[in-house]
Design a protein around this ligand. Structure first.
Ligand code: NAD
Length: 451
């Protein structure tokens, strides 16, 4: 069924829990082709979605899953592409928005919304799929989804941002809801954006604060959610050092990204006794081998405003010699062009898909320990799960309870992945996919043979 709402064509089909492999390509034509269909394939190397599916297939083969099941787990249940006419001066600019629902096998779909100029269908599919594996890995009752709008968030006024998220919500309201699909912030969106989303959703569907997570604390948000991803990244960094018999105290850390994830990861690394010696954002980076006092610069808007003796380029931070490297900005930043220059013993993936498959392979051969995104940055969706349950129960946790639960569950997930990597003699990424693919496949099969 195709429905015209509010001047925007959307796809919508029945019960949101019914897996449907419909595809709407950007030209508005339905395609029944399998998941390999992709109009937005990146020009450089394999597509982001095919890279995720390579790991899914590998885990499926190790687990002895049937090829058809692997194929089902590699497809997205529903993809919706919308147009968003945005008033700009006395004219209109038409943006493209997306929501991809990858899987509902283990519960309502969950995943962020990204505002970034490079957003395309392939990227959103890859990120939606990663959400399925992430939520399964940390054992929360969600599936996976992702959304986005192809727009440079840094060039939007607050009113334009609000207009875009309200239009996105109106166009997608049929597939959203606290038991269907629950968005959250991602690059270029924040708690304020989620407040506008919730408000628009309430106008259309009535009171349902659990329809979105990552909201402001003053508006049904959970104290602790904002810091949860970065906190989880830092906790995983400390656990990785300990497992490898390296002292946490004074371990050196370099971080790319000083947004939600990078900022809190840096702060908590410092609180845990590590030394953040380099950090960058889109404006460039700063280095101090004695350790940057993150607490004192935590609230700066841009690192360009920070006094520093040594400045480097935004990407150069990845090449700084350190114990722990945390890419916490964009995807595919460590690839064939710079993998030989990486100078870290451990990489903790704060961002989603920061390493290309080739870089991942090469760095592992060199002995670098890589903690994959679906484990390292899963603190965010864990925190979203806590916010969602609190909204549904209409009961608020103190921040200490939030932090204790988060730390304990992250430690458990890390220990589990570590044990599976030993059991199968595989790297941590493969182990993480083995755990999550097994859980999703089991749920998929237990739902019955007639889909
Ligand atoms: P954000 O928009 O808050 O911050 C992004 C940061 O990256 C900013 O500091 C920006 O200046 C910097 N940046 C952008 N382009 C850069 C470049 N070319 N070089 C260096 N720095 C650059 O985004 P975020 O929420 O912190 O998300 C960062 C990454 O973490 C994304 O990959 C996102 O998918 C992932 N992630 C986020 C969450 C979350 O809860 N926010 C959860 C899981 C994963």
């Amino acid at each position: 069924m195709s429905a015209l709402q509010d001047g925007v064509e959307t796809t919508y089909m029945g019960d949101p829990f019914t897996p449907i492999s419909w595809k709407l390509n950007p030209k508005g034509l339905f395609s029944s082709k399998h998941f390999l269909y992709c109009d937005h394939m990146s020009n450089s190397g394999p597509s982001a979605f095919s890279e995720v599916n390579e790991k899914v297939a590998q885990a499926g083969e190790i687990l002895g899953l049937k090829p058809g099941v692997i194929s089902a787990l590699s497809s997205c249940e529903r993809e919706v592409v919308i147009s968003i006419p945005l008033r700009r001066g006395d004219d209109v600019e038409v943006l493209t928005g997306y929501r991809v629902q990858h899987s509902s096998a283990r519960g309502p779909r969950k995943g962020g919304i990204r505002f970034h100029q490079d957003v395309d269908l392939d990227e959103v599919r890859a990120l939606a799929s990663l959400m399925t594996w992430k939520t399964a890995l940390i054992d929360v009752p969600f599936g996976g989804a992702k959304g986005g709008v192809a727009v440079d968030a840094s060039k939007l006024t607050p009113i334009e941002k609000e207009e875009i998220i309200r239009r996105w919500t109106r166009s997608l309201v049929h597939v959203l809801g606290h038991h269907r699909d629950i968005p959250a912030p991602d690059m270029g969106t924040d708690a304020k954006t989620m407040a506008w989303l919730m408000d628009e959703f309430h106008r259309l569907e009535g009171f349902q604060p659990a329809c979105v997570t990552g909201k402001p604390v003053e508006l049904f948000g959970a104290p602790g959610r904002e810091e949860a991803t970065g906190r989880g990244v830092a906790q995983i960094a400390a656990a990785t050092l300990e497992k490898n018999d390296v002292k946490v105290k004074d371990a050196t850390v370099a971080i790319q990204g000083f947004g939600n994830v990078g900022r809190y990861a840096a702060l908590v690394c410092q609180e845990l006794g590590m030394k953040v010696i380099a950090i960058s954002d889109v404006s460039g980076g700063i280095v101090d081998t004695k350790g940057i006092d993150i607490a004192s610069i935590f609230n700066v808007k841009s690192l360009a405003d920070v006094q520093a003796d040594e400045r480097i380029g935004a990407a150069e931070v990845l090449e700084v010699k350190c114990d722990i490297l945390i890419p916490a900005a964009l995807g595919n930043v460590i690839n064939e062009s710079n993998m030989d220059k990486i100078n870290a013993a451990f990489i903790i993936e704060g961002a989603n898909q920061p390493l290309s498959i080739a870089a991942d392979r090469e760095l592992r051969v060199q002995g670098v320990v890589i903690v994959p995104d679906i484990l390292a940055n899963s603190g965010g969706v864990m925190g979203s799960y806590f916010e969602w349950t609190q909204n549904i129960q209409e009961f608020s946790w103190p921040i200490e309870k939030f932090r204790n639960e988060l730390d304990a569950r992250m430690e458990k997930a890390f220990g589990n992945v570590h044990n599976v990597s030993k059991q199968y003699s595989v790297d941590l990424r493969t182990a993480a996919f083995i755990v999550s693919v097994e859980r999703v496949a089991l749920a998929f099969e237990m739902r019955g043979s007639l889909v």
